[in-house]
Design a protein around this ligand. Structure first.
Ligand code: AMP
Length: 278
């Protein structure tokens, strides 16, 4: 496993890969956990080579404090990846990815009009900026993304198709702690009291299944938000039942074929997101 910390180091390691037509790619921001590792394993299973990037992308942070406090643990990350079949860890500097300001504005097909989009202005455009740059450098045949970031996967699929990238996006299931909390790099920033409260989010989301027969989608969302907020450590920012294909919040249960329930909840100042299929 080669750890490339500059574009030049990456180019050198890349030139030694035998089968460049069958590269699996896992983009991450580091502070790796089993959620990330599940994507790496999926790549190793499917592809001749696996490249993992570790890059805390400044253009997708709309909150300066979030960018500054984002955990950075490169050494521990590399130790974890050593145990997977990874060929290259690409941990570039900002200047390698953005030699000058990236002013590109992407067509995201309106999929950024919902959920995280309006609450994190510029976030998904920043994701598109970094992901396209990384795709251009790594040229993968497959790229693996977690459904933990459900909206992100939908948006990436959209612009990959729109821009004719010759690669397949593989969505991977959410990996959870044994108490149900979705694994996240941000979980390490929770206080013990917040960490103890956080599983309440997933437990509450799961109640939607039984409430579905009795209430409208909006009523169910309101009931769940109230229940999450009963915990003093938690504060729901939004909870919505959406059409999983268009990401639009639904009014009636038969408005869409595939339903998803998604939410963002503050354990201040940390912001947690989660989702389940309905
Ligand atoms: P991040 O480092 O948070 O940008 O995440 C990198 C990739 O790992 C993204 O595709 C995430 O959706 C995915 N990921 C993060 N947490 C999980 C999880 N708990 N289960 C599955 N995938 C995850």
């Amino acid at each position: 496993m080669i750890v490339a910390k500059t574009l030049a180091e990456f180019a050198q390691a890349y030139s030694n890969l035998e089968n460049k037509a069958d590269i699996g790619f896992v983009p991450t921001m580091g502070a790796l956990h089993e959620g990330h590792i599940s994507l790496v394993k999926e790549s190793a299973k499917r592809c001749s080579h696996t490249v993992v990037s570790i890059f805390v992308n400044p253009t997708q942070f709309n909150n300066k404090q979030d960018l500054e406090t984002y955990p950075r643990t490169l050494e521990a990350d590399c130790k974890l990846l050593e145990e997977c079949a990874v060929d290259i860890v690409f941990a570039p500097r900002v200047i390698d990815i953005y030699p000058q300001e990236d002013t590109r504005v992407f067509d995201l097909g309106g999929l950024d009009n919902y959920g995280e989009g309006p609450r994190r202005p510029g976030h998904f455009n920043g994701v598109a900026q970094v992901v396209t740059r990384l795709f251009d450098i790594v040229k993968p045949a497959y790229a693996f993304f977690g459904e933990k970031d459900f909206q992100q996967v939908a948006i990436i699929k959209y612009f990959v198709k729109d821009l004719n990238y010759p690669l397949t996006i593989v969505p991977c299931s959410i990996i959870r702690e044994s108490d149900g909390l979705a694994k996240s790099s941000r979980n390490t920033l929770l206080t013990p009291a917040q960490r103890a409260a956080a599983p309440h989010i997933y437990k509450t989301l799961c109640k939607a299944v039984e409430l579905k027969g009795k209430y409208s989608p909006k009523e169910v969302a309101a009931i769940l938000a109230k229940e999450i907020d009963e915990n003093p450590e938690l504060e729901t920012e939004y909870i919505e039942i959406i059409d999983a294909d268009t990401l639009r919040p639904i009014e009636n249960w038969n408005d869409a074929e595939n339903l998803r329930l998604w939410c963002a909840v503050y354990a201040r100042p940390v912001r947690l997101i989660d989702n389940i299929g309905l």
